[in-house]
Design a protein around this ligand. Structure first.
Ligand code: CTP
Length: 400
Protein backbone atom coordinates (compact mmCIF):
# COMPACT_ATOMS: atom_id res chain seq x y z
CA UNK A 1 0.00 0.00 0.00
CA UNK A 2 1.50 3.32 -1.04
CA UNK A 3 0.35 6.90 -0.60
CA UNK A 4 1.70 10.30 -1.55
CA UNK A 5 1.85 12.70 1.40
CA UNK A 6 1.86 16.32 0.27
CA UNK A 7 3.10 18.76 2.90
CA UNK A 8 2.42 22.47 2.39
CA UNK A 9 3.87 25.51 4.10
CA UNK A 10 2.40 26.27 7.48
CA UNK A 11 3.53 26.07 11.06
CA UNK A 12 1.85 22.64 11.47
CA UNK A 13 4.08 21.13 8.76
CA UNK A 14 6.21 19.39 11.40
CA UNK A 15 3.18 17.30 12.39
CA UNK A 16 3.33 15.65 8.96
CA UNK A 17 6.44 13.85 10.22
CA UNK A 18 4.34 12.12 12.88
CA UNK A 19 1.63 11.35 10.33
CA UNK A 20 4.24 9.75 8.09
CA UNK A 21 5.59 7.69 11.03
CA UNK A 22 2.08 6.57 12.03
CA UNK A 23 1.37 5.39 8.49
CA UNK A 24 4.69 3.60 8.20
CA UNK A 25 3.95 1.76 11.44
CA UNK A 26 0.71 0.55 9.84
CA UNK A 27 2.70 -0.80 6.88
CA UNK A 28 1.95 2.01 4.43
CA UNK A 29 4.75 3.20 2.15
CA UNK A 30 4.82 7.01 2.04
CA UNK A 31 6.18 9.18 -0.79
CA UNK A 32 6.61 12.64 0.71
CA UNK A 33 6.23 15.76 -1.41
CA UNK A 34 7.18 19.10 0.12
CA UNK A 35 6.12 22.36 -1.46
CA UNK A 36 8.71 25.13 -1.59
CA UNK A 37 7.20 26.91 1.41
CA UNK A 38 6.83 23.67 3.41
CA UNK A 39 10.60 23.24 3.05
CA UNK A 40 10.98 26.55 4.91
CA UNK A 41 9.29 24.98 7.96
CA UNK A 42 10.68 21.42 7.85
CA UNK A 43 13.69 20.13 5.95
CA UNK A 44 13.48 17.41 3.32
CA UNK A 45 16.33 15.70 5.17
CA UNK A 46 14.13 15.08 8.22
CA UNK A 47 11.59 13.20 6.11
CA UNK A 48 14.30 11.45 4.09
CA UNK A 49 16.12 10.21 7.17
CA UNK A 50 12.92 8.82 8.67
CA UNK A 51 11.43 7.37 5.49
CA UNK A 52 14.61 6.20 3.72
CA UNK A 53 13.03 7.57 0.53
CA UNK A 54 13.83 10.54 -1.66
CA UNK A 55 11.54 13.44 -0.85
CA UNK A 56 10.16 15.36 -3.82
CA UNK A 57 10.51 19.10 -3.47
CA UNK A 58 10.61 20.33 -7.02
CA UNK A 59 9.13 19.66 -10.43
CA UNK A 60 12.55 19.53 -12.05
CA UNK A 61 14.54 17.86 -9.30
CA UNK A 62 17.87 16.23 -10.23
CA UNK A 63 18.35 12.54 -9.56
CA UNK A 64 14.71 11.48 -9.94
CA UNK A 65 13.60 8.93 -12.52
CA UNK A 66 13.82 10.04 -16.11
CA UNK A 67 10.12 9.21 -16.67
CA UNK A 68 7.44 11.84 -16.31
CA UNK A 69 7.63 11.78 -12.58
CA UNK A 70 4.29 13.24 -11.49
CA UNK A 71 2.57 10.69 -13.75
CA UNK A 72 4.54 7.73 -12.40
CA UNK A 73 3.87 8.81 -8.80
CA UNK A 74 0.16 9.25 -9.62
CA UNK A 75 0.00 5.75 -11.09
CA UNK A 76 1.69 4.13 -8.10
CA UNK A 77 -0.40 5.46 -5.19
CA UNK A 78 -3.70 4.44 -3.60
CA UNK A 79 -4.26 7.86 -2.02
CA UNK A 80 -3.03 11.43 -2.21
CA UNK A 81 -3.09 12.99 1.28
CA UNK A 82 -2.22 16.64 1.95
CA UNK A 83 -1.26 17.35 5.57
CA UNK A 84 -1.33 20.21 6.42
CA UNK A 85 -3.12 21.89 3.53
CA UNK A 86 -2.86 25.67 3.27
CA UNK A 87 -5.48 28.03 1.82
CA UNK A 88 -3.13 28.35 -1.16
CA UNK A 89 -3.15 24.65 -2.07
CA UNK A 90 -6.94 24.44 -1.59
CA UNK A 91 -7.28 27.25 -4.13
CA UNK A 92 -4.91 25.57 -6.59
CA UNK A 93 -6.65 22.20 -6.31
CA UNK A 94 -10.12 23.75 -6.60
CA UNK A 95 -9.22 25.70 -9.74
CA UNK A 96 -6.81 23.35 -11.47
CA UNK A 97 -3.68 25.46 -11.17
CA UNK A 98 -0.58 23.29 -11.66
CA UNK A 99 2.52 25.31 -10.91
CA UNK A 100 4.54 22.92 -8.75
CA UNK A 101 4.92 19.17 -8.23
CA UNK A 102 2.06 18.73 -5.74
CA UNK A 103 -0.53 20.70 -7.69
CA UNK A 104 0.51 18.96 -10.92
CA UNK A 105 0.32 15.55 -9.24
CA UNK A 106 -3.19 16.44 -8.05
CA UNK A 107 -4.36 16.88 -11.65
CA UNK A 108 -2.79 13.64 -12.86
CA UNK A 109 -3.91 11.56 -9.88
CA UNK A 110 -6.80 9.08 -10.28
CA UNK A 111 -6.64 7.91 -6.61
CA UNK A 112 -8.83 9.33 -3.82
CA UNK A 113 -7.69 12.57 -2.20
CA UNK A 114 -7.67 13.38 1.52
CA UNK A 115 -7.08 16.92 2.71
CA UNK A 116 -6.32 18.06 6.27
CA UNK A 117 -6.31 21.88 6.25
CA UNK A 118 -4.66 24.12 8.83
CA UNK A 119 -4.70 27.90 8.85
CA UNK A 120 -5.69 31.00 10.75
CA UNK A 121 -9.37 31.06 11.77
CA UNK A 122 -10.16 34.14 9.65
CA UNK A 123 -8.60 32.51 6.61
CA UNK A 124 -10.55 29.26 7.24
CA UNK A 125 -13.78 31.29 7.46
CA UNK A 126 -13.04 33.48 4.43
CA UNK A 127 -15.69 33.09 1.69
CA UNK A 128 -12.97 32.32 -0.87
CA UNK A 129 -11.67 29.42 1.22
CA UNK A 130 -15.20 28.22 2.06
CA UNK A 131 -16.04 28.20 -1.66
CA UNK A 132 -12.88 26.23 -2.49
CA UNK A 133 -13.60 23.71 0.26
CA UNK A 134 -17.15 23.29 -1.08
CA UNK A 135 -15.81 22.65 -4.59
CA UNK A 136 -13.36 20.04 -3.32
CA UNK A 137 -15.95 18.34 -1.11
CA UNK A 138 -18.40 18.19 -4.00
CA UNK A 139 -15.61 16.56 -6.02
CA UNK A 140 -15.77 13.77 -3.46
CA UNK A 141 -12.50 14.43 -1.65
CA UNK A 142 -12.14 13.41 1.98
CA UNK A 143 -11.55 16.18 4.52
CA UNK A 144 -10.22 15.95 8.03
CA UNK A 145 -11.38 19.38 9.11
CA UNK A 146 -9.31 21.56 11.42
CA UNK A 147 -10.13 21.63 15.10
CA UNK A 148 -10.96 24.60 17.28
CA UNK A 149 -8.31 25.73 19.74
CA UNK A 150 -5.43 28.11 20.26
CA UNK A 151 -3.70 28.90 16.98
CA UNK A 152 -0.04 29.61 16.32
CA UNK A 153 -0.94 33.23 15.52
CA UNK A 154 -2.28 33.66 19.07
CA UNK A 155 -5.94 33.71 18.03
CA UNK A 156 -8.57 31.24 19.20
CA UNK A 157 -10.85 29.38 16.82
CA UNK A 158 -11.16 26.68 14.21
CA UNK A 159 -8.04 26.28 12.11
CA UNK A 160 -5.68 24.07 14.07
CA UNK A 161 -4.63 20.91 12.23
CA UNK A 162 -6.67 17.90 13.41
CA UNK A 163 -4.76 15.59 15.72
CA UNK A 164 -2.20 13.24 14.20
CA UNK A 165 -4.10 10.17 15.46
CA UNK A 166 -7.33 11.30 13.83
CA UNK A 167 -5.58 11.98 10.52
CA UNK A 168 -3.71 8.67 10.48
CA UNK A 169 -6.90 6.75 11.39
CA UNK A 170 -8.85 8.48 8.64
CA UNK A 171 -6.17 7.80 6.02
CA UNK A 172 -6.10 4.10 6.99
CA UNK A 173 -9.89 3.98 6.91
CA UNK A 174 -9.98 5.46 3.41
CA UNK A 175 -7.30 3.05 2.23
CA UNK A 176 -9.26 0.09 3.61
CA UNK A 177 -12.58 1.41 2.27
CA UNK A 178 -11.53 1.17 -1.39
CA UNK A 179 -14.48 -0.05 -3.38
CA UNK A 180 -16.02 -1.99 -0.53
CA UNK A 181 -19.58 -1.06 -1.61
CA UNK A 182 -19.12 -2.02 -5.27
CA UNK A 183 -22.19 -3.85 -6.58
CA UNK A 184 -24.45 -2.50 -3.82
CA UNK A 185 -27.33 -0.07 -4.17
CA UNK A 186 -27.47 2.61 -1.49
CA UNK A 187 -30.46 4.91 -1.02
CA UNK A 188 -29.88 8.11 0.95
CA UNK A 189 -32.52 10.65 1.89
CA UNK A 190 -31.34 14.13 2.82
CA UNK A 191 -32.38 17.66 3.62
CA UNK A 192 -35.61 19.03 4.99
CA UNK A 193 -39.05 18.49 3.55
CA UNK A 194 -41.20 21.50 2.79
CA UNK A 195 -44.98 21.56 3.37
CA UNK A 196 -46.68 24.36 1.50
CA UNK A 197 -49.36 26.43 3.22
CA UNK A 198 -50.17 28.77 0.34
CA UNK A 199 -48.23 30.02 -2.72
CA UNK A 200 -45.84 32.05 -0.56
CA UNK A 201 -45.62 30.24 2.79
CA UNK A 202 -44.50 26.85 3.99
CA UNK A 203 -43.57 24.73 7.03
CA UNK A 204 -40.07 23.29 7.10
CA UNK A 205 -37.07 22.77 9.39
CA UNK A 206 -33.41 23.75 9.75
CA UNK A 207 -31.83 20.69 8.10
CA UNK A 208 -29.07 21.72 5.64
CA UNK A 209 -28.79 18.26 4.07
CA UNK A 210 -25.03 18.09 4.75
CA UNK A 211 -25.13 14.79 6.64
CA UNK A 212 -27.08 12.96 3.93
CA UNK A 213 -25.02 14.44 1.09
CA UNK A 214 -21.82 13.46 2.89
CA UNK A 215 -23.07 9.87 3.25
CA UNK A 216 -24.01 9.83 -0.45
CA UNK A 217 -20.52 11.05 -1.42
CA UNK A 218 -18.83 8.51 0.84
CA UNK A 219 -20.92 5.67 -0.62
CA UNK A 220 -20.06 6.82 -4.17
CA UNK A 221 -16.36 6.83 -3.35
CA UNK A 222 -16.69 3.25 -2.10
CA UNK A 223 -18.14 2.18 -5.40
CA UNK A 224 -21.88 1.96 -4.54
CA UNK A 225 -24.67 2.85 -6.92
CA UNK A 226 -26.17 5.78 -5.05
CA UNK A 227 -29.73 7.13 -5.15
CA UNK A 228 -30.11 10.47 -3.39
CA UNK A 229 -33.68 11.54 -2.60
CA UNK A 230 -33.38 15.09 -1.38
CA UNK A 231 -35.57 17.87 -0.11
CA UNK A 232 -34.57 21.41 -1.14
CA UNK A 233 -30.98 22.28 -0.12
CA UNK A 234 -28.30 24.62 -1.43
CA UNK A 235 -25.70 21.85 -1.77
CA UNK A 236 -24.11 20.74 -5.04
CA UNK A 237 -25.38 17.37 -6.30
CA UNK A 238 -22.68 14.73 -5.71
CA UNK A 239 -21.44 13.69 -9.13
CA UNK A 240 -22.32 10.12 -10.01
CA UNK A 241 -25.43 9.95 -7.79
CA UNK A 242 -28.89 9.37 -9.21
CA UNK A 243 -30.59 12.46 -7.89
CA UNK A 244 -34.31 12.56 -7.13
CA UNK A 245 -35.40 16.02 -5.91
CA UNK A 246 -38.56 16.17 -3.80
CA UNK A 247 -40.31 18.84 -1.77
CA UNK A 248 -42.92 17.42 0.60
CA UNK A 249 -42.93 14.41 2.94
CA UNK A 250 -45.52 12.77 0.66
CA UNK A 251 -43.26 13.16 -2.39
CA UNK A 252 -40.32 11.77 -0.43
CA UNK A 253 -42.41 8.80 0.65
CA UNK A 254 -43.43 8.00 -2.95
CA UNK A 255 -39.84 8.27 -4.25
CA UNK A 256 -38.41 6.15 -1.45
CA UNK A 257 -41.06 3.40 -1.58
CA UNK A 258 -40.56 3.04 -5.33
CA UNK A 259 -36.80 2.49 -4.97
CA UNK A 260 -36.87 0.50 -1.73
CA UNK A 261 -37.31 -3.10 -2.99
CA UNK A 262 -34.08 -2.90 -5.04
CA UNK A 263 -31.91 -1.35 -2.32
CA UNK A 264 -29.22 -2.99 -0.18
CA UNK A 265 -28.60 -0.16 2.29
CA UNK A 266 -30.98 2.70 3.11
CA UNK A 267 -29.83 5.73 5.08
CA UNK A 268 -32.66 8.04 6.13
CA UNK A 269 -30.86 11.20 7.06
CA UNK A 270 -33.66 13.50 5.90
CA UNK A 271 -35.51 15.63 8.45
CA UNK A 272 -39.05 14.80 7.40
CA UNK A 273 -41.94 17.03 8.48
CA UNK A 274 -44.16 15.22 10.94
CA UNK A 275 -47.12 17.44 10.05
CA UNK A 276 -48.49 19.17 6.98
CA UNK A 277 -51.28 21.71 6.57
CA UNK A 278 -54.61 19.93 6.09
CA UNK A 279 -55.34 22.16 3.12
CA UNK A 280 -53.09 23.87 0.63
CA UNK A 281 -54.61 27.27 -0.08
CA UNK A 282 -54.52 28.12 -3.80
CA UNK A 283 -54.46 31.84 -2.94
CA UNK A 284 -52.23 33.73 -0.54
CA UNK A 285 -53.94 33.64 2.86
CA UNK A 286 -55.01 37.15 3.87
CA UNK A 287 -54.42 38.68 7.28
CA UNK A 288 -57.45 38.12 9.54
CA UNK A 289 -57.81 38.86 13.27
CA UNK A 290 -54.98 39.18 15.77
CA UNK A 291 -54.47 35.42 16.00
CA UNK A 292 -54.86 32.63 13.51
CA UNK A 293 -54.58 28.88 13.70
CA UNK A 294 -53.51 26.39 11.12
CA UNK A 295 -54.96 22.89 10.95
CA UNK A 296 -52.27 20.24 10.57
CA UNK A 297 -52.45 16.56 9.70
CA UNK A 298 -49.79 14.01 10.50
CA UNK A 299 -47.59 12.84 7.61
CA UNK A 300 -46.67 9.17 7.19
CA UNK A 301 -43.54 8.09 9.01
CA UNK A 302 -41.55 6.88 6.00
CA UNK A 303 -38.93 5.09 8.06
CA UNK A 304 -41.60 3.25 10.01
CA UNK A 305 -43.13 2.04 6.72
CA UNK A 306 -39.71 0.88 5.51
CA UNK A 307 -39.12 -0.98 8.77
CA UNK A 308 -42.42 -2.82 8.33
CA UNK A 309 -41.66 -3.83 4.73
CA UNK A 310 -38.01 -4.70 5.35
CA UNK A 311 -36.70 -7.88 3.72
CA UNK A 312 -33.00 -7.80 2.82
CA UNK A 313 -32.19 -4.14 3.36
CA UNK A 314 -29.98 -2.69 6.05
CA UNK A 315 -31.98 0.21 7.42
CA UNK A 316 -30.22 3.17 9.02
CA UNK A 317 -32.24 5.92 10.70
CA UNK A 318 -31.39 9.14 12.44
CA UNK A 319 -32.82 10.56 15.64
CA UNK A 320 -32.66 14.29 16.14
CA UNK A 321 -33.15 15.01 19.83
CA UNK A 322 -32.82 17.95 22.16
CA UNK A 323 -33.34 15.93 25.38
CA UNK A 324 -33.20 12.33 26.66
CA UNK A 325 -31.10 11.40 23.62
CA UNK A 326 -30.45 7.74 24.40
CA UNK A 327 -33.95 6.86 25.66
CA UNK A 328 -35.62 8.26 22.55
CA UNK A 329 -32.99 6.73 20.30
CA UNK A 330 -33.48 3.22 21.71
CA UNK A 331 -37.22 3.63 21.32
CA UNK A 332 -36.93 4.72 17.67
CA UNK A 333 -34.49 1.89 16.86
CA UNK A 334 -36.98 -0.67 18.12
CA UNK A 335 -40.26 0.87 16.95
CA UNK A 336 -38.99 1.52 13.40
CA UNK A 337 -37.28 -1.92 13.11
CA UNK A 338 -33.88 -0.39 12.28
CA UNK A 339 -30.47 -2.02 12.04
CA UNK A 340 -28.58 1.11 13.00
CA UNK A 341 -29.62 4.42 14.48
CA UNK A 342 -27.52 7.58 14.52
CA UNK A 343 -28.60 9.66 17.50
CA UNK A 344 -27.87 13.30 17.14
CA UNK A 345 -28.00 15.94 19.84
CA UNK A 346 -29.39 18.90 17.90
CA UNK A 347 -29.62 21.25 20.86
CA UNK A 348 -26.10 22.56 20.08
CA UNK A 349 -26.76 24.00 16.62
CA UNK A 350 -25.45 21.23 14.33
CA UNK A 351 -27.54 22.41 11.39
CA UNK A 352 -25.35 23.45 8.49
CA UNK A 353 -22.19 22.57 10.41
CA UNK A 354 -19.48 20.29 9.01
CA UNK A 355 -19.32 18.36 12.26
CA UNK A 356 -21.75 16.78 14.66
CA UNK A 357 -21.85 14.92 17.94
CA UNK A 358 -23.45 11.50 17.50
CA UNK A 359 -23.95 8.14 19.15
CA UNK A 360 -24.61 5.09 16.99
CA UNK A 361 -26.82 2.29 18.31
CA UNK A 362 -27.10 -1.05 16.61
CA UNK A 363 -29.92 -3.57 16.66
CA UNK A 364 -27.60 -6.06 18.40
CA UNK A 365 -27.09 -3.64 21.30
CA UNK A 366 -23.71 -2.09 20.45
CA UNK A 367 -23.28 1.59 21.27
CA UNK A 368 -20.56 3.62 19.53
CA UNK A 369 -20.10 7.10 20.95
CA UNK A 370 -18.28 9.05 18.25
CA UNK A 371 -18.24 12.33 20.18
CA UNK A 372 -17.86 15.44 18.06
CA UNK A 373 -16.55 14.47 14.62
CA UNK A 374 -16.51 15.77 11.08
CA UNK A 375 -19.56 14.62 9.13
CA UNK A 376 -17.17 12.93 6.66
CA UNK A 377 -15.82 10.78 9.51
CA UNK A 378 -19.35 9.99 10.73
CA UNK A 379 -20.39 8.99 7.20
CA UNK A 380 -17.35 6.70 6.90
CA UNK A 381 -18.10 4.98 10.19
CA UNK A 382 -21.80 4.66 9.39
CA UNK A 383 -21.05 2.93 6.07
CA UNK A 384 -18.45 0.64 7.69
CA UNK A 385 -21.05 -0.52 10.20
CA UNK A 386 -23.84 -0.85 7.62
CA UNK A 387 -21.59 -2.94 5.36
CA UNK A 388 -20.59 -5.19 8.25
CA UNK A 389 -24.29 -5.74 8.98
CA UNK A 390 -25.06 -6.36 5.32
CA UNK A 391 -22.32 -9.01 5.10
CA UNK A 392 -23.55 -10.64 8.31
CA UNK A 393 -27.14 -10.64 7.02
CA UNK A 394 -26.07 -12.15 3.67
CA UNK A 395 -24.21 -14.94 5.48
CA UNK A 396 -27.22 -15.59 7.70
CA UNK A 397 -29.61 -15.77 4.74
CA UNK A 398 -27.26 -18.18 2.93
CA UNK A 399 -27.14 -20.62 5.83
CA UNK A 400 -30.94 -20.64 6.24
N1 CTP B 1 -38.72 10.02 9.58
C1 CTP B 1 -39.43 9.60 8.48
N2 CTP B 1 -40.68 10.09 8.25
C2 CTP B 1 -41.26 10.97 9.09
C3 CTP B 1 -40.53 11.42 10.23
C4 CTP B 1 -39.27 10.93 10.44
O1 CTP B 1 -38.92 8.79 7.71
N3 CTP B 1 -42.46 11.43 8.83
C5 CTP B 1 -37.38 9.47 9.82
C6 CTP B 1 -36.24 10.47 9.71
O2 CTP B 1 -35.73 10.48 8.40
C7 CTP B 1 -35.22 9.93 10.70
C8 CTP B 1 -36.06 9.22 11.73
O3 CTP B 1 -37.35 9.00 11.13
O4 CTP B 1 -34.35 8.97 10.12
C9 CTP B 1 -36.26 9.97 13.02
O5 CTP B 1 -36.71 11.26 12.78
P1 CTP B 1 -36.94 12.27 13.99
O6 CTP B 1 -37.42 13.58 13.45
O7 CTP B 1 -35.74 12.25 14.90
O8 CTP B 1 -38.06 11.56 14.85
P2 CTP B 1 -39.57 11.26 14.67
O9 CTP B 1 -39.71 9.78 14.42
O10 CTP B 1 -40.23 12.17 13.69
O11 CTP B 1 -40.10 11.52 16.16
P3 CTP B 1 -40.11 12.89 17.00
O12 CTP B 1 -40.16 14.02 16.00
O13 CTP B 1 -41.36 12.75 17.82
O14 CTP B 1 -38.87 12.87 17.84
Amino acid sequence: MKIALGVTGCIAAYKAIEVMRGLQKAGVSVQVILTRSAAEFVTPLTFESLSAQTVITDMFQQGLNRDIHHISVAQSIQLLAVVPATADILGKFAHGIADDFLSTLYLSNPAPVLIAPAMNVEMWRHPAVRANVDILKARGHYFVDPEPGKLACGMEGEGRLASVDVIVARILEVLRGGDSLAGLKVLVTAGPTVEDIDPVRFLSNRSSGKMGYTVAQAALRRGAEVFLVSGPTSLPIPSGAQFIPVRSAAQMKDAVLKLYPEMDIVVKAAAVSDYRPVELSAQKIKKGGAAMSLSLAQTDDILHLLGKQKKRQILVGFAAETERLLDSAHKKLKEKNLDLLVANDVSKGVFGSDSSSVIMLSRSGETVNLGNQAKTAIAGRLLDLALEMKNREDRRQKTE
